[in-house]
Design a protein around this ligand. Sequence first.
Ligand code: NAD
Ligand code: TYD
Length: 361
Amino acid sequence: MRTYLVTGGAGFIGSNYIHYMFKKYDNEIRIINVDKLTYAGNLENLKDVENRDNYTFVKADICDKEAIRKVFAENDIDRVVHFAAESHVDRSIKNPEVFVQTNVLGTAVMLNCAKEAWELPDGTFKEGKKFLHVSTDEVYGSLPDDDNAFFYETSPYDPHSPYSASKASSDMLVKAYMDTYKFPANITNCSNNYGPYQFPEKLIPLIINNALQGKDLPVYGDGKNVRDWLYVEDHAKGIDMVQEQGKLFETYNIGGHNEKQNIQIIHIILDTLQEMLPEGDPRKELVSEKLIKYVTDRKGHDRRYAIAPDKIKADIGWYPETCFEEGIKKTIAWFFENEEWMKNVTSGDYQKYYTDMYSNK
Ligand code: NAD
Ligand code: TYD
């Protein structure tokens, strides 16, 4: 049975990945989820899997070398899938240091502990061991307002925010391990994700949540910045396909081929909410374009991100399966069905979940 060490599995993409993997492999795999449970980590995201015999949660900081070493010493880890990171650009502008700490130092600790556990006396690595570093398209910087410009795996790194600079640094460390030690790894650089369990500080869940409560919908700058949106389950599938079918040492860009201006996203969300809310639901009155408020632009705001996922399609056969119209409906339906989740997150109650569920185990 293959054993996975997933870092950051109680966050947005990590928890979706764990759900995807159990749905796909069921009892054929074992997953150990290592997470510090920062504000972004929420064990409620994984309550459906927490009692499985083949799932273990370990509360630990990836910067804590001894804690990570212990996980490797006590388990024969076959795959590392490294999600854990500080992930929000606005927070990185306010407080860059924790981004360097977790994203750079934490990645160094993960690499080093995996190397220690997997390296043979002759400097080669145990058969079949693999490390996947989950990164972002933001490392490539910003594209002009030109529909024909895309990020490729060969595009130069040009990060602008403290978040993307810290992710770029972590990618460089992984590349250095691959080049220096032939450490068995891959890097994936993905575009903006959306879907269930996304923390409502990011654009899409924030707009859904605010609109349903009749609160302002803040649009940074002129609202014409472009992001390439991918449904999170397609990302989870891509990660698994890269790890099982990709060539070692390669980087793969994962993207939705779905570039939209922020203001377009907001209009689509408002229209879809109107379409999906039943007649007579009092929230129908609240959801309105009148809530849109143009606010001061983000400092150093990247203009446009767009991935050409040509390599992953040609080499592995992955493509974005969920179109935006379908993905946004699934996302909104999930938020309708999980009002309690959103209430717990916005009230801060979700942070009690660990204490209630795990502290006596
Ligand atoms: P998230 O902020 O929702 O989750 C991050 C998780 O990491 C949380 O559970 C948090 O508790 C944990 N964590 C943070 N610091 C830690 C530490 N020091 N030790 C252990 N755990 C720690 O992030 P996300 O949106 O799920 O992103 C996951 C990964 O995917 C990140 O590496 C991010 O850079 C990358 N990524 C995200 C997107 C996106 O659109 N969200 C797109 C491309 C790539
Ligand atoms: P975000 O979800 O923070 O992702 P990222 O910055 O990593 O791309 O933001 C997506 C886009 O939406 C980005 O251009 C900033 C913009 N934005 C707003 O206009 N208003 C908001 O309240 C937020 C959170 C983001």
